[in-house]
Design a protein around this ligand. Structure first.
Ligand code: DX5
Ligand code: ZN
Length: 222
C-alpha cells in the first residue's frame, strides 16, 4: 500500500507540533524530515535539535532525508535524536557502502537517494542493502518546485533493477507531488510519496485526505 509522507519543510514552524499532531490524527504514518547543509544543496533547513524536540511528542515514523555532504559524519547523532530511517545521497558520499554500514549499525533503516541527473542504474550496487530508494523528482534544495517529467522513467527503472537484483524496497518520490502528478508516479511504481507544499499550503487535514484519496484511486486502478 502506498503512503503519503508529508515533508515538514513546508510546515509553519511556529505551529510545528500542532501540525504534526493533526497529520497523525489523519492517519499519516511517515513524516519526511529534510535536512540541508548549505553545501550539498544551496539552502540550509534545520537539524538535530528540531528532530529531538518533535520526537518527544510524536510516534510517527521519522524518515530523515539528508541533503548533506559526507553524511557519515552525522549518522549516529541523527539516529540518537530520533530518526527511524536515514536516507543519504549517492552523490554526497565518498563511500556509499561505509555510510550505509554506519546507518545499519545504529539500527535505523537505510535509504539511498539520487538527484534528477543521476542515472537510476547507479543504485544497483546498493539496492539489496537498503529498504528504500528515493528518486528525487526536483533538484533537491527547495520546496514548491515543479515535477521534472524525465524522472518518471527513472522510477520505472528502479523497479526493474529491484526485480533483477531480487531486492525488496520502497520507491519514494520527492518534489512536485500534487493533484497532477500523483497518478503518474504511482503508475510508474512509487509507493512512498513525499509532499510538502501540497500538504501544508491551505487546510492541512483536507489536503492530506484529498491526496491520500487520489493515491488510493490510482493504486486501485493498477
Ligand atoms: C526538496 C525536499 C523536499 C521538499 C518537497 O529538496 O527534499 O522534501 O520538501 O517539497 P514540495 O512537495 O513542495 O515539492
Ligand atoms: Zn526530501
Amino acid at each position: 500500500m502506498s503512503e503519503l509522507c508529508p515533508s515538514i519543510l513546508s510546515a509553519d514552524f511556529n505551529r510545528l507540533g500542532e501540525q504534526i499532531h493533526l497529520l497523525e490524527n489523519e492517519g499519516i504514518k511517515i513524516l519526511h524530515i529534510d535536512v540541508m547543509d548549505g553545501d550539498f544543496v544551496p539552502s540550509i533547513s534545520f537539524g538535530m535539535p528540531v528532530i529531538r524536540s518533535i520526537r518527544k511528542e510524536s510516534g510517527l515514523f521519522f524518515d530523515v532525508h539528508l541533503m548533506v555532504r559526507e553524511p557519515i559524519r552525522y549518522i549516529k547523532e541523527f539516529a540518537s535524536c530520533g530518526a527511524d530511517s536515514i536516507t543519504i545521497h549517492l552523490e554526497a558520499c565518498s563511500s556509499v557502502a561505509e555510510t550505509l554500514q554506519a546507518i545499519h549499525e545504529t539500527g535505523c533503516e537505510a535509504g539511498i537517494s539520487i538527484k534528477p541527473a543521476t542515472p537510476a542504474d547507479e543504485v544497483r550496487p546498493y539496492i539489496r542493502d537498503v529498504s528504500m530508494v528515493l528518486v528525487m523528482t526536483v533538484e533537491p534544495g527547495f520546496g514548491g518546485q515543479a515535477y521534472i517529467d524525465a524522472c518518471t522513467e527513472k522510477i520505472r527503472r528502479v523497479r526493474e533493477i529491484e526485480k533483477e537484483e531480487g531486492a525488496d524496497i520502497h520507491v519514494q518520490v520527492d518534489g512536485g507531488i500534487n493533484d497532477d502528478t500523483v497518478e503518474t508516479v504511482i503508475k510508474a511504481g512509487a509507493d512512498y510519496l513525499v509532499a510538502g507544499s501540497s500538504v501544508f499550503k491551505g487546510d492541512l487535514k483536507e489536503n492530506a485526505c484529498h491526496l491520500r484519496k487520489l493515491m488510493a484511486d490510482a493504486e486501485s486502478a493498477l
